[in-house]
Design a protein. Structure first.
Length: 344
């Protein structure tokens, strides 16, 4: 088991004159990792401040306050940690002198972590998630240039009303649509058929799209337990029954095509619904979304009639985040979930 390290250091201030104030919250990820000299494997760096001193250009763009939150590979992040992160971001953004926040985060769960904050940060100032695909020991590390782009974006007058964004390899993506699509290459994120919001070149932001809409939900005292279960040809639905019998408040089913499942999965879903579990249908297909076209048993229309919620264009991990936040608002009236899931 990987050794986890959470560090809480005193905030570090780097000041320059007549520049905007930006908070840089460090949560971890490859961007603050180095190669272990013994094994060669990428591990969290001992001092996250080193990443700032390695990028002297940052202090020419903004007055940066560094706030250590954790030093975790993002595979270890949880919705509870994102709740705390969201509260910290809101607290920072309420500072009238602060232009915005950059969040240094691992790329593996950045798409859903950024969406959690997109749904819960109430202040309308720039919040930019940034990371890197190559760590700081790598001669081709993309960390420094990504950090420069992220801080540039926060300070740019072009970057407004975008909600939370994910900015890597020059591209600015909305947290709602962004997905990690490449496991090793620096061009690791895109927004599929929804497109980018803009890009950063030579410390200038180019705005190409407005944000279509944004929902804000409050963070409940206790987040419900929501599992994700994948459908596949020949599945017997056993995992849905297991989750139902072991405390799930909600289940996200990743189905096929426009949102269909096979018959045993359909029967397991009706069992879950009969036990009061909220079931949301997503699709394994990266673009398009769930639209209930088919009326056969297991087709999208039959799922909807049985009381399942269709997730629209949200992939399973993001549908899970939305369900965790929306379920406490609707309690047992799951039909009310439609106002959250089809709000586009
Ligand atoms: N495993 C790393 C993480 O998500 C990957 C990265 O940051 O690029 O923390």
């Amino acid at each position: 088991m990987r050794k986890l390290l959470i560090v809480f250091l005193f905030p570090c201030f780097i000041w320059a004159n007549d520049l905007s104030n930006v908070a840089l919250i460090i949560t971890g990820g490859t961007i603050v990792q180095v190669n272990d000299p013994k094994t060669g494997a990428s591990v969290p760096a001992q001092s996250v401040e080193d990443i700032l001193t390695a990028v002297p250009e940052l202090s020419k763009i903004a007055n940066i306050t560094t706030i250590p939150f954790s030093n975790l590979d993002s595979s270890q992040m949880t919705p509870e940690l994102w709740s705390r992160l969201s509260q910290l971001v809101v607290q920072q953004l309420k500072r009238p002198d602060l232009r915005g926040v950059v969040i240094v985060h691992g790329t593996d769960t950045m798409a859903e972590g950024s969406y959690f904050l997109d749904l819960t940060v109430t202040e309308n100032k720039p919040v930019v998630f940034v990371g890197s695909m190559k760590n700081s020991s790598d001669p081709h590390s993309d960390g420094p240039s990504n950090l420069i782009d992220a801080v540039t974006q926060v300070c740019s007058k072009e970057a407004h009303d975008w909600g939370v964004t994910v900015t890597l390899n020059n591209y600015i993506n909305s947290a709602r649509y962004v997905e990690k699509v490449q496991s090793t290459n620096i061009q690791a994120f895109n927004s599929g058929d929804k497109g980018i919001l803009g890009y950063v070149v030579n410390q200038k932001v180019f705005r190409v799209n407005d944000r279509a809409f944004r929902q804000i939900l409050s963070i409940p005292k206790k987040l419900p337990k929501v599992d994700i279960i994948y459908d596949y040809a020949g599945s017997d639905g056993a995992f849905v029954r297991y989750a139902t019998d072991h405390g799930a408040d909600g289940i996200i089913v990743e189905g096929f095509g426009s949102g269909n499942v096979n018959v045993p999965m359909f029967q397991a879903i009706t069992y879950a619904i009969s036990k009061g579990v909220a079931v949301v249908i997503t699709t394994r297909v990266p673009e398009g979304g769930v639209f209930p076209f088919y009326g056969d048993v297991g087709g999208g229309e039959s799922l909807k009639e049985a009381g399942a919620i269709v997730a629209g264009d949200l992939p399973a991990p993001k549908a899970r985040i939305l369900l965790m936040l929306a379920l406490p608002m609707v309690k047992s009236d799951h039909s009310q979930l439609y106002k959250y899931f089809l709000n586009y």
